[in-house]
Design a protein around this ligand. Sequence first.
Ligand code: HEC
Length: 188
Amino acid sequence: MWKQVTGIVLTSCALFANDVVYSVKEKPVYLDAISGKVVGKLLPTNAIEILSQEGDRIKFKITGYQNKNTPNVIYFTDKARIFSLAFAKNIIPVTKIVESKDQWNIVTTEAYTTQGDYEKSVEPMMEKAAKLYSDNCSMCHTLNAIDHFTANQWPSTFRSMLDRTPIQKDDVWLVTQYLQKNASDMKK
Ligand code: HEC
């Protein structure tokens, strides 16, 4: 029997320039305000700054870590493979270096995404993710402690069990990010 997943209802907020917001689900990323070509994805629970709104698109800025070997990805940290903004392999985003390190630079980059599904605080969506994890991953065996795995181990561990749960496609990245950001090697 599936346990009922009682929804924590997240309501989208109105957006204004300079607001810092977090998307609750994976969002398509574009290089401009009109092109239909999706060039990447913005992952949930990562802070973005709203720069402007153009039609049904928003232009945003994100700060993160760029690895010299994988310049198409902006990471949440320099310690593990936690994606904030992932461009297609052939797209190298234009970045401004905030701080230069050996293998990693802290950078900012700008891109476009769609309106909708943003929150001004990250805690409610992390609570939703925590509940999805604990409700769905304790159905057949004891819930694994989140810090039982590292941030790099969680995505494949989670995905290998995902088919056994009713977790919705829209929530997969949300739960993945929650697990990675609370993994054993991410403790402060
Ligand atoms: C429908 C039952 C079921 C659900 C739901 C379930 N698991 Fe499992 N899990 C199993 C079984 C059975 C095993 C034993 C190994 C196997 O069958 O692959 C297992 C093993 C595991 C292991 C050990 C893996 C290994 O290779 O030893 C981990 C970690 C795990 N589950 C995590 C999760 C997570 C995370 C979730 C939620 C996304 C989850 N499980 C949901 C049935 C389930």
